[in-house]
Ligand binder design. Structure first.
Ligand SMILES: [Mn+2]
Length: 422
């Protein structure tokens, strides 16, 4: 009869200000600003409907060390609801909400347990007077933790043992390397379930024992695409099973649209609209913030290369979305098309123009290759103390210049009278 259910969440980042969205019209921005709160509401809802015995929050409850009062009161409201439903909550603090941040003096309902800083402590979970699990954890005293905290965890007995840690396992390059440790260390520590936080993309790093990042509950920028949520974990006679539950209130997506077969401007607009419908359908009613990359060999290359055209396109497309609850807001369109005729590069000769086209094709989307090429091509100029200031371009500008050069090369190479349209 020793079965129980818990919910594992992390990185809620309540009251994320989303300061990068100034260009977004108010109607959309308002939904995004509420999203971390709405995702938190859904987390509470999942705990109740799944009849969870307890909830684990593995750090970064709040977005800022100096927690906003609004966020703290909102969090307490959620905790009170869980108290009414008999759900216990175990919380560690991470690099975004360390213990030394400003906090209001709040009285928490007695179902909520915060782990201390400085040392790993453990708490016993009992159900109907039966001891079922032991939960271990440690909070961050300050934002930057460079020590290995994993090595401080020592299992005390044979009860099902859960270790809560805000950490960067195996130094994932996308996240600050706080409380670094290795997966092998965690596997060897003898716990049944490592409830991790910090890395925002969910990942089950290992199954025996379970080492789990649930990811954040709500995407917070264009790089945090796709579903975000929590894991519902069932433990039945020592066997652990996981189910993911999406919680995000707004979804960030990136998509690619090939317009090689599109011929006129109205058709281009329609192709984007049709693609937007597909994305709306996949989001199952959730609003989406979309970055669209347009690719393909197209006569639209030159039209799309004009930033003014893209911003008009964005405006027209986004106006259609106003007032919809399931909006798909286009944050950006990136022109990755090639000019019609670029395919001629294959046939081009062993000369400067042919070389330019081949190099351009080889570079593709690779930034380091582009950088390398620019350095080789411009090394003389870059080393000249007066001239170098004229070649201080951004990567986007370099890419654009290369594209223009390629296009010019294609025009020069194209046989007379060949009006290559695709
Ligand atoms: Mn975080």
């Amino acid at each position: 009869m020793s079965s129980f259910t818990f919910v594992h969440a992390a990185d809620i980042h309540l009251d994320t200000p989303f300061t990068g969205l100034r260009r977004m019209p108010e109607a959309f921005r308002d939904v995004v600003r509420k999203s971390t709160f709405l995702a938190f509401d859904r987390l509470i809802e999942v705990c109740i409907t799944e009849k969870a015995d307890f909830l684990l929050i593995a750090g970064d409850v709040y977005d800022a060390a100096d927690r906003s009062l609004r966020a703290q009161l909102y969090f307490r409201q959620g905790m009170r609801r869980l108290h009414e439903h008999g759900v216990n909550v175990y919380v560690i603090h991470g690099n975004h909400d360390p213990d030394d941040g400003k906090q209001a003096r709040i009285t928490w309902p007695n179902n909520v347990h915060f782990f201390k800083t400085e040392q790993v402590t453990h708490m016993l979970f009992c159900k109907e007077e039966k001891e079922l699990a032991r939960i271990y954890g440690i909070s961050y005293p300050r934002a930057r933790i460079e020590e290995n905290y994993a090595s401080l965890f020592k299992r005390a007995d044979s009860l099902y043992s859960i270790a809560m840690l805000h950490t960067n396992v195996d130094a994932s390059g996308l996240h600050a390397n706080y409380a670094p440790c290795t997966k092998q260390e965690l596997i060897g520590a003898g716990f049944d379930y490592w409830a991790l936080g910090h890395v925002h993309t969910r990942a089950v790093l290992n199954k025996e024992p379970y080492i789990v990042y649930p990811g954040n509950t709500q995407g917070r920028s264009a790089v945090e695409t796709g579903e975000r949520g929590c894991y519902v974990v069932k433990v039945d006679k020592g066997t652990t099973s996981l189910a993911f539950r999406p919680l995000d209130a707004v979804r960030w997506e990136e998509a690619v649209l090939d317009i090689s077969q599109v011929s006129g401007e109205p058709q281009l607009f329609e192709a984007i609209e049709a693609h937007r419908e597909e994305i709306r359908c996949r989001a199952e009613g959730k609003p989406v913030i979309l970055r669209l990359n347009i690719q393909g060999t197209s006569s639209f290359y030159r039209v799309l290369a004009d930033n003014g055209y893209i911003s008009q396109l964005l405006q027209a497309l986004n106006e259609e979305e106003e007032g919809r609850e399931d909006f798909v807001y286009l944050a950006d369109i990136e022109n990755r098309t090639l000019a019609a005729g670029d395919r001629i590069e294959v046939a081009s000769g062993d000369d400067l123009l042919g070389d330019l086209l081949r190099q351009g094709a080889a570079i593709g989307e690779d930034s380091s290759q582009l950088q390398d090429f620019v350095h080789r091509a411009l090394s003389d100029v870059m080393e000249h103390y007066q001239l170098k200031k004229y070649v201080q371009y951004t990567e986007v500008e370099h890419r654009d210049i290369l594209k223009q050069a390629q296009e010019l090369a294609v025009t020069l190479l194209r046989p007379e009278g060949d009006s290559h349209e695709n």
